[in-house]
Design a protein around this ligand. Structure first.
Ligand code: URA
Length: 436
């Protein structure tokens, strides 16, 4: 089989066989197929699309290109959760203990933050002593013992996707729904879960700018799940502004703790309950979504979800006292108020700009090797729909130093807010759900 013939076939709108896709993925992964041929193929896919059988074949080929985690020694149905990326997204910190407290095992691999989005592993490492590198046996033992473990992602999970994603990034081929769907699902499948709940974001702070595109992506991922025998559900949620109020590692842990105590922001709590309820249904511990949601509300109210969080932190070497004393978390020495220069209503907040602002303060990485400061970040005082008067505080910067660069970040935060005379129409956080 000649690679150029496969490229021709896709370019002319043909359907590739699983074998042809397998040869492409393995050949590219090994370095036998050059970047120029793979990028020509990716561009053909961008214009011609892929059938669900082709998308499933691509997903399985990429999932099989590296380590495949075997979670079968863990009792019960293992349900994983994945978010397509957001600013202030601390849902894993809440959903992990919440779902585990409802009896569904959570064996999760998470990533670090890069650019304007934060990563769960960095947030957890802001807790003194917490470690995210466990041996496979310790990981499995911990999930069997307490129902929850979160570790850093293996470097060799779906390496073909890693290589193809880097190529797509520089060849204008990221925005293909089958390529995004197979990229996300290949990593989830290699990570070993039996069922998957996806949080697909839409809006200014997300990859998918419209609800229609987000639904198309969700449908593609749920279809892959069905094709490869992993039950999958997708919740489409709004990312037109950051989730909750806190952006920055320790600040987000603090907000996650408040949520586990039932005092969290409404949007964050609602999203966690919705995603968690789908996980509990797929995990077989409730018959319906409503029943699962009630079960989870009970776990928040009884303190069991918070107890699970404490156990989890201690099991991975962290200081469990933070569950009751969040003031023990790293704290920035100074705060700077960002004040509104006009009166009106907040109509929009550019999430990506706030993510970048937090990164500039030191909460995120500009490059893979940047060292992050767990204490710094931004907390919002006003969100979309809130009335503001000139001089009101829109947000607080938590900074290491009160210097000129902190002042520049303040200007960026101010610019991220759009304030107009009219109150904006309310837009729901949860937009739709796609199930198989
Ligand atoms: N995230 C991924 O993991 N892959 C993509 O292709 C896009 C976003």
């Amino acid at each position: 089989m000649r690679v150029v013939d496969v490229i021709h076939k896709k370019r002319d709108g043909g359907e590739l066989t699983a074998e042809e896709i397998g040869v492409l993925v393995t050949g590219y992964s090994r370095g036998d197929i050059p970047d120029y041929q793979m990028s020509a193929w990716a561009m053909a896919v961008l214009f011609r699309g892929m059938t669900s059988a082709e998308t499933a074949a691509l997903t399985l080929a990429m999932a099989g290109s590296g380590d495949q985690v075997d979670l079968s020694p863990i009792h019960g149905i293992k349900v994983d959760k994945h978010s397509t990326g957001g600013v202030g997204d601390k849902t894993t910190l809440i959903i992990g203990p919440l779902v585990a407290s409802a009896g569904v095992p959570v064996a999760k691999m998470s990533g670090r933050g890069l650019g304007h989005t934060g990563g769960t592993i960095d947030k957890l490492e802001s807790i003194e002593g917490f470690h995210t590198e466990l041996s496979r046996d310790d990981f499995i033992k911990q999930v069997n013992d307490i129902g929850l473990s979160v570790i850093g992602q293996s470097g060799n999970l779906a390496p073909a996707d890693k290589k193809l994603y880097a190529l797509r990034d520089v060849t204008g081929t990221v925005e293909s729904i089958p390529l995004i769907a197979s990229s996300v699902m290949s990593k989830k499948i290699a990570a070993g879960a039996d069922a998957i709940v996806l949080d697909v974001k839409t809006g200014s702070g997300a990859f998918m700018k419209t609800v229609q595109d987000a639904e198309e992506l969700a449908n593609a991922m749920v279809a892959i799940g069905s094709e490869v025998g992993r039950q999958t559900a997708a919740v489409i949620s709004d990312m037109d502004q950051p989730l909750g109020f806190a952006i920055g590692n320790a600040l987000e842990v603090e907000e996650a703790l408040a949520t586990l105590k039932g005092n969290g922001p409404e949007d964050l709590t609602e999203l966690c309950l919705a995603l968690g309820a789908h996980m509990v249904v797929l995990g077989g511990n409730a018959a319906t979504f409503d029943e699962a949601k009630e079960l989870l509300r009970g776990k928040l109210a009884s303190g069991e979800a918070l107890d699970k969080f404490r156990l989890f932190i201690e099991a991975q070497g962290g200081d469990g006292r933070i569950a009751d004393q969040p003031e023990l978390l790293p704290k920035a020495p100074f705060t700077i108020e960002v004040q509104s220069n006009q009166s009106g209503y907040v109509n929009a907040i550019e999430a990506e700009q706030l993510g970048l602002a937090a990164m500039m303060l030191g909460a995120g990485r500009e490059t893979k090797d940047s060292v992050i400061d767990y204490a710094v970040g931004v907390t919002l005082r006003k969100k979309v729909g809130d009335e503001v008067k000139q001089g009101d505080t829109l947000a607080l910067l938590h900074v290491r130093e009160q210097n000129e660069s902190a002042a520049k970040v303040g200007e960026r935060v101010l610019e991220a807010y759009t304030i107009e005379n009219a109150k904006p129409a309310t837009r729901p956080l949860l937009l739709s759900v796609v199930t198989a």
